[in-house]
Design a protein around this ligand. Structure first.
Ligand SMILES: *Cc1c(COP(=O)(O)O)cnc(C)c1O
Length: 359
């Protein structure tokens, strides 16, 4: 079975972890700092603060911006649940608006219509590695004086007109095992605002600026040296990984776009293909089963939009978001990761094509 994801861990990561173990400095230290400055440089931002997960990054970014009870945050229903969950975790209200039918990213026209005096932040998700419509969302946020928090958990090194993900607002990234680069579990917040970076640093470590001096409440959401050692090795490969994903996607486009809806990328946008997602209008799950029988793995991101999750239904969320609901029935992500051999890539293209043509 050709898997949907395969972490690109090699001897560099293995040796880096062993070096950390030999030093005995396991908790946050110099390697985390190195990871932060490298990632800040990649995003073209002044500061980056490493944390324990992408969820922690979103959570602390919201807190650092003072988002809390009584505030509304506009976001997308078509994402991993952590996007909306962190808004709830800080006591604010997620306002879910529908997505664009082609990119599956939040629809900027609907964001504008959803702004109220209570709107404190807009949290677009750069789904599958393709930036949300930043050409429209950034001016919108600026015109209304609203904070922009990017859920860039899938969008390492994605860009719009050369401006990197995590550089438009406060950026939140994940380094979970299947993301484009990984630390096993991990996350980072990127910002050009020194005060926000300072807040995130306080919140990730018990409100301490120096040890045992607590100037605020806080959490333990730090990254370890073991994770940072893996991360530093991974960041050296980020360019190569990203270029391979883009090349694999171009190959799939070339072999599939006449038989199935392939990813849509607007001019100026650099899609980094965390996922390569096609659209199967009928019996998507049967299509996935048949594909598996032909040796090709796949995954659905996401089978149930956030507003239809049991937790949100039980807590009284009643919205109809038909574009996201239809997408949840029809999207299918197929392997595009840089660990694919040429042979595997050709198999993916051939089998998907054959199945599309046989329907
Ligand atoms: C992975 C992901 C998250 C959560 O990141 P973790 O590191 O798993 O906590 C949040 N949002 C999106 C869109 C993601 O893909």
């Amino acid at each position: 079975m050709i898997p949907i994801a395969r972490p690109g861990i090699g001897v560099e990561e293995q040796e880096a972890v062993l070096r950390v173990l030999a030093t005995g400095q396991l908790a946050q230290g110099a390697l985390v700092e190195e990871f932060e400055s490298r990632f800040a440089e990649i995003c073209g931002v002044r500061e980056a603060v490493a944390v324990s997960s992408g969820t922690a990054a979103l959570h602390l970014a919201l807190l650092a911006h003072g988002v809390g009870p009584g505030d509304e945050v506009i976001t997308t229903p078509f994402s991993f649940a952590a996007t909306a969950n962190t808004i709830r975790l800080v006591g604010a209200t997620p306002v879910l608006v529908d997505i664009e039918p082609d990119t599956y990213n939040i629809d900027p026209a609907l964001v504008e219509a959803a702004i109220t005096p209570k709107t404190k932040a807009i949290m677009p998700v750069h789904l599958y590695g393709n930036l949300a419509a930043m050409d429209r969302l950034l001016p919108l946020a600026e015109a209304h004086g609203i904070t922009l928090i990017e859920d860039a958990c899938q969008a390492h090194a994605a860009s719009y007109e050369g401006r990197m993900a995590g550089n438009f607002g406060t950026g939140c990234f994940s380094f979970y095992a299947t993301k484009n680069v990984t630390t096993g579990e991990g996350g980072i917040v990127t910002t050009n605002d020194a005060a926000i970076a300072d807040q995130v640093r306080l919140l990730r470590s018990h409100g301490q600026r120096e040890r045992y001096l607590h100037v605020s409440l806080g959490y333990n959401m730090r990254m370890t040296e073991l994770q940072a050692a893996i991360g530093n090795a991974q960041l050296k490969k980020l360019d190569q990984f990203t270029e391979q994903r883009i090349a694999n996607a171009a190959f799939l486009d070339q072999h599939l776009s006449d038989v199935v809806q392939t990813p849509v990328v607007r001019p100026g946008y650099r899609h980094v293909y965390h996922q390569y997602t096609i659209r199967i209008p009928e019996s998507r799950d049967a299509f996935a089963d048949a594909l598996r029988a032909r040796g090709v793995g796949s995954a659905v991101h996401y089978p149930r939009p956030i507003h239809l999750q049991p937790y949100y239904q039980e807590s009284g969320m009643r919205v109809s978001l038909p574009v996201a609901e239809a997408a949840a029935q029809q999207v299918l992500s197929i392997p595009v990761h840089p660990g694919l051999s040429q042979d595997e890539l050709e198999t993916v293209a051939r089998e998907v094509r054959a199945l599309c043509q046989s329907r």
